[in-house]
Write a protein that binds this ligand. Structure first.
Ligand code: TYD
Ligand code: MG
Length: 452
């Protein structure tokens, strides 16, 4: 029979036999791509009599071995306490952000513990891998480098080398032998992911797969890839800054609200052990108007970040509002509250808000920080650099409770802050002595404490 084609939705992976303008699955327009699908016979997952039948869960063989450490505390935490044997982990991120570097470092660290690691690259030659390994000071005979794009050959090599960890550098370069469409296409990516998943489960082999992110911000190939794998991690950051954040988006074996913080250096990625002091490096001892420190919670960890603001008279008719790291609409709302409740008329001022270090804050507990930074710049009044502020702002100017207050206060105290302004709420800790806790019911109260 001649080759058959199908139409795949680029976004959600929906399949039709005819081209459609609008996806029946996700409703996006113009997303179908035609691809050749081979008519290979459907493989049975198990040979006849292979013994696959429903079992009482108590009789199922438990996973051998515990989670194993990747040698990087930050990555272990994002994975939920280490790597589960037989799991398939997808690492997504923009090109050049450091995915290959991260996984080669992990491969080196795991290899150094005496386990065999196979690093397969479809993008770089073994010499290039060697070059990078030298740069990262990895010299480990248990780490095998291999350049190949044919998944069947890779599977054979896995059988020969028998590694405990397999790294596939970019799923987009891989192809199966009986697939007619090009590498990187939707059906190839899907098929290859499915094969890797089978390989992981059959051999109890942990596999890291790198996936490039398209311009639209999704992992190239359909979103279905995310549904197939066990864990999805994103590696984020600004390319011209050294900070990198590893974020869990999906995790079948743990929570997804942990982040790992790294710094890209001349010889690879370094874990940032004390992120708060990393972000506050430049803040220390500086008394300028428009800057304030806010404790935010990233995952389960508190993190102190500096919010900066600049308010100046506008030279055009319409004032500009620009934000980086905080929500634009939320900032507009805070400006409105400042105007109405405190009479700070910013109607003919441009307002810029920025979070230092490229961190993105998406919790309302930073509202008071944004308000204080704006007011500080508008009034040209300095906020004491040893003061941390937190609280959600209501439209009537009231301060609402924040979550994990205790953790935020302790982190501020640990870093030597002298005062913190908190909303009036329950469970304010009474055993933190080296920091003064000032409660405020409204924005006006809070500003009385902040601008002394
Ligand atoms: P890379 O891991 O190749 O990115 P990806 O696989 O996500 O495309 O990282 C490439 C960038 O990292 C490149 O711009 C150079 C930089 N880099 C360092 O700054 N220090 C290092 O030690 C290494 C290996 C790379
Ligand atoms: Mg790479």
């Amino acid at each position: 029979m001649s080759a058959k084609t199908r139409y795949f939705c680029n976004v959600c992976g929906h399949i039709t036999s005819r081209w459609l303008g609008r996806c029946a699955g996700c409703g996006e327009w113009n997303t179908y791509i035609e691809e050749v699908v081979s008519r290979g016979t459907v493989k049975r997952n198990n040979e006849a009599g292979g013994g696959n039948r429903p079992l009482p869960v108590t009789e199922v063989e438990p996973v051998e071995g515990e989670r194993c450490s990747t040698g990087m505390a930050e990555l272990d935490r994002v994975l939920g306490g280490g790597l589960v044997p037989g799991s398939l982990v997808l690492l997504g991120g923009d090109p050049g952000i450091g995915k290959s570097t991260l996984l080669l470092q992990v491969a080196g660290l795991v290899g150094a513990t005496g386990k065999k690691v196979l690093y397969v690259s479809g993008e770089e030659s073994t010499r290039q891998i060697r070059l990078r390994a030298d740069r990262l000071e990895i010299s480990c005979p248990k780490l095998f480098a291999y350049t190949e794009t044919d998944l069947q050959i890779i599977e054979e090599q896995v059988g020969l080398v028998d590694p405990s960890l397999l790294v596939i550098d970019s799923i987009q370069t891989m192809c199966g032998p009986d697939m007619a469409s090009a590498a990187g296409s939707v059906s190839q990516v899907r098929e290859c992911t499915a094969r890797l998943m089978r390989l992981a489960k059959e051999r109890s082999l942990s596999i890291f797969v790198i996936g490039h992110v398209t311009k639209e911000g999704m992992i190239a190939g359909p979103r279905v890839m995310e549904h197939m794998v066990d864990v999805v991690l994103y590696f984020e950051g600004e390319r011209n800054q050294s900070l990198r954040i590893l974020r869990g988006v999906k995790n079948r074996f743990g929570s997804t609200n942990e982040i790992g913080i790294y710094e890209m250096s001349g010889c690879g990625l370094r874990e940032v052990v004390n992120p708060s002091s990393f972000f506050l490096d430049e803040h220390a001892g500086r008394d300028v108007a428009g800057a304030v420190v806010v404790p935010v919670i990233e995952g389960t960890r508190p993190l102190l970040v500096e919010i900066q603001s600049l308010v100046c008279p506008t030279s055009f008719g319409v004032p500009r509002r620009m934000t980086a790291g905080v929500d634009h609409n939320r900032t507009a709302l805070i400006i409105a509250v400042l105007e109405k409740r405190l009479g700070l008329m910013m109607g003919n001022c441009d307002a810029y808000v920025n979070v230092v270090g490229g961190v993105k804050i998406d919790e309302p507990a930073a509202d008071l920080g944004v308000a204080a930074a704006l007011a500080s710049s508008f009034r040209e009044r300095v906020i004491d650099s040893k003061t941390a502020v937190m609280g959600e702002l209501g439209l009537t100017g009231e301060l609402r409770p924040v979550t994990a207050l205790d953790k935020r206060i302790r982190e501020a105290a640990r870093l030597g802050f002298k005062r913190c302004i908190v909303p009036h709420q329950k469970n304010i800790p009474d055993d933190v002595f080296n920091i003064k806790i000032l409660e405020a019911k409204t924005l006006v109260d809070a500003f009385d404490h902040i601008f002394i």
